[in-house]
Design a protein around this ligand. Structure first.
Ligand SMILES: [Zn+2]
Length: 117
C-alpha cells in the first residue's frame, strides 16, 4: 500500500497514511499518478496558520521540517523557540495538484497577514 501524497510505503493491512491522514492506494504506480505541489516557508507562525486553514478547508497536506545545513540540528530545534536564531530549517507542505490553487491562495493570504520582521 502506498500513500498518494507522501509516497510512503505501508504494509498490507494499513488503509490510511499516518502522516497525511488520507486513504492509501494499492500500488506505487497508482501513487505516482497523483501529482503534488509544495509550499515552503521558514516562518513557524505562517506554517501554523497555513496548516490550520488547510485543515479547515479539508485540503489534504503533509508538512515536514527540512533542516538546512546546521552543525547541531537537534540543538537548534530545542532552542529555536526561545532564542529565535536565524531559522535553521524550513517547512515544506505538500498538497495534491488538484488542491494547489486553493492551497496557494491560502498560503499567500496567511503569509501576507504575518507582520514582517
Ligand atoms: Zn502520506
Amino acid at each position: 500500500m502506498y500513500c498518494p501524497l507522501c509516497k510512503a510505503e505501508y504494509r498490507d493491512g494499513f488503509t490510511e497514511c499516518s502522516d497525511c491522514h488520507i486513504a492509501l492506494v494499492p500500488t506505487q504506480e497508482q501513487a505516482k499518478q497523483f501529482r503534488t505541489g509544495q509550499l515552503c516557508t521558514d516562518d513557524g507562525a505562517v506554517l501554523n496558520a497555513l496548516l490550520n486553514s488547510l485543515a479547515d478547508e479539508n485540503i489534504a497536506f503533509r508538512s515536514r521540517e527540512v533542516l538546512r545545513s546546521s552543525p547541531w540540528p537537534w540543538l537548534s530545534f530545542l532552542f529555536w523557540r526561545y532564542a529565535k536564531p536565524k531559522p535553521a530549517s524550513e517547512f515544506r507542505v505538500d498538497v495534491f495538484e488538484k488542491d494547489w490553487p486553493r492551497a496557494k491562495e491560502i498560503f499567500d493570504r496567511v503569509a501576507a497577514a504575518e507582520p514582517l520582521d
